[in-house]
Design a protein around this ligand. Structure first.
Ligand code: S3P
Length: 454
């Protein structure tokens, strides 16, 4: 089978302004709410590839029509809350955990049965966290038993049907681990319930679902870390809407950090989403003294957007990413590890046990990649301790992505400051979130090539 690798040659600075991919989290939600709206919504910046294309295909399998208007612009013909149709075949979520978990919430409330299937990676990721609370509110959800962890459930999931004349019950859940996917699954099922939905999180996870529902005038209140969907005050109609999806701060993070690693770099990124529940990386960079200028430029359906400018200013100090800040930077751990590799002193990641069940075990994977580039690193149950190597260059390496897009991109950044050419293997996964990653780095001045290998 053909595999794609990146060959990375260090040298040269990264300079200029480049577009960043649109925000995956916001795009998933925009597609789902547009599908459930009563009328035609217009979305700009919906990626035709990767995880977003997966959500679109699943919604098509439920009878929703999408019409391509122009490049990157689509019309969604909303079918209304009760208008989804029974799928004719299992719905394939590929490797997209957000698709699977959000859609599970929606499909648990339907009068028909559906099956959500996943690729080999996602089929190993835990689903009891959504299955149990959905069952508690009366939904029928079946999955595959985990071969070794009693009580854990894996995809595929079989959801519904909800018998005619019945509705899901009120739900009051206190999540042990903050999770936007679980919270959103509960809120989506809650749109169909006869009682309210309350979700309490130890720390507020990304709140895109809440912001979009509020923008669509669904009676939802978020007070501290509790969200309440007051279904009795709602007429169960979602209006159609227009949205230009903001740029993805999690993708922008790879470019920002690349500029902070490579001497002489200066880049500007415009129209990036600046939602406070996603800004952990900016808080961390401020704490370690990185010169990132942030200019806010209004909001789109309650989502703040703005421009980011960063300039290389020499090695930064190491830092601690833990607690609430870690939740707000949950997807940025691999890229911040790459920064830690070149920072002065120690960089510590803590409270991050959840990273072991992302697209890969990101703590183990990053420890392996860092060591391959000659960076000393201690792996802990819930984190990493990285000894920065700001002097000289890193050791060129040949590493594997393990099928995880964020590990692949973090490895590329390390390769940009190595003492010779490096290879990052199996990078097809990068298309999940940043299909033009190599091209974007090349446009900034990096020497990176995608090579097909047998
Ligand atoms: C996401 C939530 C996060 C994040 C993932 C996208 C979302 O997962 O890691 O990349 O869009 O809701 P958890 O909710 O499992 O923390």
């Amino acid at each position: 089978m053909t595999r794609i690798d990146f060959d990375v040659h260090p040298g040269g600075s990264l300079r200029g302004g480049v577009p960043v991919p649109t925000d995956k989290s916001i795009a998933h939600r925009a597609l789902i709410f547009a599908a459930l709206a009563e009328g035609i919504s217009r979305l700009q910046g919906v990626a035709p590839l990767g995880a977003i294309a997966v959500t679109r295909r699943v919604l098509e399998g439920l009878g929703v029509r999408f019409v391509e208007e122009a490049l990157g612009e689509i019309c969604v013909e909303g079918v209304g809350l009760r208008g989804l149709s029974a799928p004719l075949a299992p719905l394939d979520c590929g490797g997209s955990g957000t698709t699977l978990r959000l859609l599970a919430g929606l499909l648990a409330a339907q009068p028909f049965q559906s099956t959500l299937v996943a690729d080999a990676y996602l089929s190993q990721r835990p689903m009891a966290r959504i299955v149990a609370p959905l069952r508690r509110r009366g939904a029928s959800v079946e999955g595959r038993f985990h071969p070794t962890h009693a009580g854990e459930i894996l995809p595929p999931l079989i959801l519904g049907p909800l018998p005619a004349g019945t509705a899901l019950l009120e739900s009051e859940e206190s999540l042990p681990i903050p999770s936007a996917q679980v919270k959103s699954a509960l809120l989506l099922s809650g749109l169909y319930a006869e009682g309210n939905t309350y979700v309490h999180e130890p720390v507020v996870s990304r709140d895109h679902t809440e912001r979009m529902l509020c923008a669509l005038e669904v009676p939802l209140r978020a007070v501290a870390s509790v969200v309440e969907l007051d279904i009795r005050r709602w007429d169960r109609r979602l209006p159609p809407f227009s949205l230009r999806i903001p740029g993805d701060l999690s993708s922008a993070a790879f470019l920002l950090i690349a500029a902070l690693l490579v001497p002489g770099s200066e880049i500007i990124l415009r129209g990036v989403g600046l939602n406070p529940t996603r800004r952990g990386i900016l808080e961390y960079l401020r704490d370690v003294g990185a010169p990132v200028a942030v200019e806010e430029r209004g909001d789109r359906m309650g989502e703040p957007v703005g421009d980011l400018q960063v300039m290389y200013g020499g090695p930064l100090r190491g830092g601690l990413l833990a607690g609430e800040m870690l939740v707000r930077a949950i997807d940025e751990v691999p890229v911040l590890c790459a920064l830690g590799a070149r920072s002065e002193g120690v960089t510590e990641i803590a409270d991050a046990g959840e990273l072991r069940v992302k697209e890969s075990d990101r703590l183990a994977a990053m420890a392996q990649v860092l060591r391959a580039f000659g960076v000393a690193c201690e792996e802990r149950p819930d984190g990493l301790r990285i000894e920065g190597k700001p002097e000289g260059l890193l050791t060129a390496a040949d590493v594997d992505s393990g099928g995880d897009h964020r590990i692949a991109m973090a490895a590329v950044l390390l390769a940009l400051v190595a003492d010779g050419p490096s290879r990052v293997r199996d990078v097809g996964c990068v298309g999940t979130s940043f299909p033009r990653f190599a091209g974007t780095l090349r446009a900034l001045g990096a020497k990176i090539h995608a090579v097909e290998r047998e």
